[in-house]
Design a protein around this ligand. Sequence first.
Ligand code: HEM
Length: 416
Amino acid sequence: MADPVMPLAEAFAALGTPEGRQDPYPLYEALRAHGNVAQRAPGRLVVTGYEECARALRDAALHVQDGRSYDAHYPQWRAHSSLRAFTSSMLYSNPPDHARLRNVVSFAFTPPKVARLHDVIAGMCDRLLDRMAGLGAGGADVDVIGEFASRLPIAVISAMMGFPEQDQVWFRDMASRVAVSTDGFTDPTALEQADEAMDEMSGYFAELLDHRRRRPADDLVTLLAEAHDAGDGRLDHDELHGTLMVLLTAGFETTSFLIGHGALLALEQPSYAHLLRTGPEFAAGYVEEILRFEPPVHVTSRMATRDLVLGDVPVAAGSRLTLILAAANRDGRRFADPDRFDPARTDSKPLSFGLGSHFCLGAPLARLEARIALPALLRRFPDLAAVAPPVYRDRWVVRGLDTFPVRLGADAGART
Ligand code: HEM
């Protein structure tokens, strides 16, 4: 347990240490002890309250980081191809560009469109579980993250985008390396690796885009190439690459971590595994509670474009706000017994996908994948068991399990 009187700056700094990243929750409580909105340095606020985070996410006067804000704080940012790609995407854009960039692809991610992917996703799960059965036959350990949780999201988004199946594992590894750049300038070596991966991916995207121009298909790469080539100002060259990259990276690790935590908690508590196996309707509430309790995205940030008040704290124009979604999801004013995992909660509405204009485009897709994947995994391997504790990724912003070795059980080879 962190010291409740730990100074604010010290608690915040501890989130950047390996120990803090392994278990940030006690540090969130140490921050909360200083207020739901607290000033950690001049012009720097940290927000841990649910209401305050929700209001900040919805407030049009609070902008996401974009090229202009990078110019002010990190003049050298343009030297980094990974940062250039992110800043050319909707995730790092503000009005008026944001809506334009989002509109190019948003129709493909609506709940009805995504619901139609149900059987495709179920088929992908079955194929991945067949493969896992082969790997674990005879009692061999299998990493449920590397072989299942991380493969499903990349297979799904690759199919939507039109990436060839044989390149998916390569994409997964590249996307992992590029995503590190979202941790900002804290780790120069990781940023260098993110740039290298981005350059490789850009070369690949260019070839694939050319291929689709010659042979159009019913996929997002074709659609994005057309939007760019129309020359009507919908999507310039950098935005085309930024959109491809953000669609690939935003949903891959996040959904992998959602499924990974779902598997971990089900193996820790066999009654959940039983309910997931026997009553698939239980999966919806279970997935919602995983999102609240162990959100894959812990933190996002905003910048105030004018003076405003958040909670009862004045926020001056130019201030930067760190919104800790994972802390908001455990705010005792909003959730009874917030540190207890309880899939029976109703009307939970965690902030795990954000809110407002940047609300996660892939939320319906991520939910559907997890709701299909977890029951399928547990039905296929009724004796699934952990063989060692999972290893957490050493990162704060996007946090989850890197590896989790399991044994599949006696009749792993058989299909149920
Ligand atoms: C459990 C899985 C996921 C989580 C926890 C998650 C979380 C988030 C969060 C918190 C944001 C908002 C960031 C902010 O406001 O600063 C966001 C935005 C976004 N997410 Fe997700 N995401 C997930 C899966 C996906 C998937 C599967 C996709 C697939 C395409 C996706 C695509 C996006 C995009 C494009 C945005 C930017 C939206 C905008 O700026 O308008 N995400 N996500």
